[in-house]
Design a protein around this ligand. Structure first.
Ligand code: BDR
Ligand code: CA
Length: 308
């Protein structure tokens, strides 16, 4: 069994990514650690706990950072709903996370399974950066770090013209992670736009599964569907965290480029912009693999299999 550790600001597309990992028979999810981002920490924790329960999984959920390292938290209820899960009336209160603090648990779990853990981050990088500042040794003890963030290969951002939400929320944390020496694999929002848009045809395939988890995966996108219709103008809600999870589960269909990456730290309009040295123009050391393509059919084949 491959060992996964998932760090999430659980909202509507995060929940689908969690379902994928929790339902993949080949994967043991050691823990889910939660960070503030799409919604405040307490709500994200409730959303993660609800999703684990829905999947009938026995996985600890730990709360972590309630705000970025140096900035005020900016949330995204306009994208995911007031409850982060599409405001469809789910009972998202009253569950209790496991005792323990997320950055501390990230360190302990990586240290206790050296070179065995795939860490998948699908929210702002605050928990991971905090863990790294406290325990830099985890950089070389982790097997893989798959990061949903930035807009790495092509295309604009989804929160400013140049920035993607997870990297924009806590850019200082991104810099700590980029300079850590961790084996980074970055899946940007551009890959989601290219290959993870749930068009009406794809939604019909998910509905045709007739599964509780499949219906859940679509129903909780109610707010996101309206956001993409009016803001990003895609042909349906897109799934950035699920396609990052697909790459974590099976990287074989992906096209990958080894590059130097950095993050713009200043104010808007460049705050949180991912800098990718595609052509080796700068002095940036090669410190990451960025996914430049993950084929749409490969993503949806996996999604349909795991939601069935
Ligand atoms: C990222 O930000 C959030 O809206 C999603 O959950 C995803 O992690 C996409 O920019
Ligand atoms: Ca997320």
């Amino acid at each position: 069994m491959r060992k996964f550790l998932i760090d999430t600001d659980t909202a509507s597309d995060d929940a689908v990514a969690l379902c994928m990992a929790l339902r993949e028979p080949d994967i043991e999810v050691l823990a889910i650690t939660v960070v503030a981002g799409n919604v405040p920490l307490a709500q994200a924790v409730q959303n993660a706990l609800y999703t684990v329960e829905l999947c009938d999984a026995d996985v600890p959920v730990y709360a972590g950072a309630s705000a970025p390292m140096l900035r005020d938290l900016v949330t995204a209820e306009d994208t995911h709903g007031q409850d982060g899960m599409g405001d469809i009336g789910l009972p998202l209160a009253g569950r209790t996370p496991t005792a323990g603090w997320a950055p501390e648990r990230i360190v302990e779990l990586i240290r206790s399974h050296p070179r065995e853990v795939t860490l998948v981050t699908i929210g702002p990088l605050t928990n991971l950066a905090t863990a790294l500042l406290w325990a830099p040794d985890i950089a070389t003890l982790v097997e893989r770090v798959v990061i949903m963030g930035g807009t790495g290969a092509h295309g604009p951002g989804n929160v400013t013209p140049s920035a993607e939400f997870n990297f924009w929320v806590d850019p200082e944390a991104v810099r700590v992670v980029f300079r850590s020496g961790m084996p980074l694999e970055v899946v940007g929002w551009d890959i989601s736009v290219a290959s993870a848009v749930v068009t009406p045809e794809r939604a019909a395939q998910v509905r045709a599964l007739g599964s509780v988890v499949g219906d859940f995966a679509l129903d909780i996108q109610a707010t996101l569907a309206s956001f993409v219709e009016h803001e990003t103008r895609l042909a349906g809600p897109d799934f950035p965290d699920p396609i990052a999870m697909a790459h974590a589960i099976d990287p074989s269909p992906a096209s990958i480029q080894r590059v130097g990456v950095d993050i713009a730290i200043g104010p808007d309009p460049m705050r949180g912009a991912l800098i990718v040295d595609h052509y080796g123009f700068s002095e940036l050391a090669v410190n990451a693999s960025i996914v430049t393509n993950y084929p749409e059919p490969a993503f949806f084949d996996m999604l349909l299999r795991l939601l069935a």
